[in-house]
Design a protein around this ligand. Sequence first.
Ligand code: NAP
Length: 289
Amino acid sequence: MTDAPLMAGKSVLVTGGTGGIGKATAIGLAALGARVAITGRDQARTEAAAAGIRAATGSPAVDAFAADMSVQAGVRRLAVQVLDTYPRLDVLVNNVGGFWAHRHVTADGLERTFALNHLAPFLLTGLLLDRLTASAPARVVTVSSGAHAGGRIDFEDLQGERNYSGQRAYSQSKLANVMFTYELARRLDGTGVTATVLHPGVVRTSFGAEDQAAYFAVMSRVARLFMKIPAQGAVTSIYLASSPEVEGITGRYFANRKPKPASKAAYDTAAAARLWQASAGLAGLTATT
Ligand SMILES: NC(=O)c1ccc[n+]([C@@H]2O[C@H](COP(=O)([O-])OP(=O)(O)OC[C@H]3O[C@@H](n4cnc5c(N)ncnc54)[C@H](OP(=O)(O)O)[C@@H]3O)[C@@H](O)[C@H]2O)c1
């Protein structure tokens, strides 16, 4: 008799699964037997990626949801579709994220890096939390970056209206991912839902390609030679989403499948609570945990 695959019977949502680290994460989890949903902005591209994941893994259980997650209506529509389709949700991988050298404003009037990298996972997690809790033990895994260490939450200018820099906005959003995870873990204590956050490494993907600063483009041509491939970049996401070794582990930051200390700022509980309140206000999310 052969053992059932590790993730058999589990349902997983990976945001931003059409390419890069997210697609590699979806492939890894589908190969472990999970039913996997991926998201992307464009319906045809997302369907094509889902077909690619089915072909790569031999698993038919791969679903595609198209949603522009930089817009809150898109996140809300996505949550409704997921709740309608998935009677249980065992793992949410908040992977979607991007870098923009210049300041862009979303249809909600929010700076795009903050909206997509932080508010989208904040809102999506809030909208799916009851389903995750009902499916406990369940996991929320959020993809941050080592760049969080250079970040500072500028409560006076969260949207970079006064002074935008792509690097500053990105680092702030990735610090927000870590603070969100730590605060979520505190709020979910005793529910059976864990929250972990990770740095995937420096990975050769389409990251930042939509709006690169000139120096970033030159740097990245050289740097790309030394980067991880997406399958290597997905290792820690897959580990945190599936491994029995991290069952019950919550409120921790990981890199290379190992717990690591995050930056000092990430442990500021007063700032994390303030960020939560500000985010709930901006996302129009009231009654969460
Ligand atoms: N690459 C690295 O070296 C690195 C290092 C540290 C952390 N990270 C983090 O890892 C995560 C994944 O990055 P990656 O390098 O794999 O990026 P990527 O190759 O650019 O992939 C981004 C994914 O997000 C989707 N996406 C982008 N904008 C979206 C939007 N508005 N709404 C919905 N989906 C959207 C893309 O799908 P479509 O284009 O099809 O919409 C794609 O599937 C990010 O959170 C990033 O911050 C990456």
